[in-house]
Design a protein around this ligand. Sequence first.
Ligand SMILES: Cc1cc2nc3c(=O)[nH]c(=O)nc-3n(C[C@H](O)[C@H](O)[C@H](O)COP(=O)(O)OP(=O)(O)OC[C@H]3O[C@@H](n4cnc5c(N)ncnc54)[C@H](O)[C@@H]3O)c2cc1C
Length: 99
Amino acid sequence: MIDLRQAEQMVYWCADVLDTGELGTVESSMTKVAVSEVLMRVADRCVQVMGGQGVTGDTIDERVFREVRAFRIYDAPTEVHTWSLAKKVKQDWKTAQGE
Ligand SMILES: Cc1cc2nc3c(=O)[nH]c(=O)nc-3n(C[C@H](O)[C@H](O)[C@H](O)COP(=O)(O)OP(=O)(O)OC[C@H]3O[C@@H](n4cnc5c(N)ncnc54)[C@H](O)[C@@H]3O)c2cc1C
């Protein structure tokens, strides 16, 4: 519940930035990473609650888990987004230092 509310808030935050006409690359990257990681955790908990049924057979939780897993990969994997965010933080820090 907390995870989902945090993810929802990040989506609204990102949408607000995009609505201003800004590119929102940092906000989009942060939101993509955070939401896909949250969905993964939530789907994993659902599968765990279902026990063996969660990983065998053609059940809805098994299908959701499989589909949600791909969110961390497409539109660039989590690692690529976090790497580009780190690069941006470093650039901003250098700019602030007058370099
Ligand atoms: C269901 C699905 C739908 C898709 N739809 C589209 C689409 O509509 N349009 C489109 O253009 N593409 C689409 N893709 C492709 C998707 O964008 C790529 O799969 C994604 O960008 C990852 O590229 P890759 O598969 O070549 O993995 P790779 O680039 O080989 O990455 C494999 C893994 O290596 C690691 N890695 C890669 N680069 C770095 C790095 N710089 N730093 C640290 N770790 C790294 C990550 O852990 C990553 O998961 C889709 C993929 C899937 C699975």
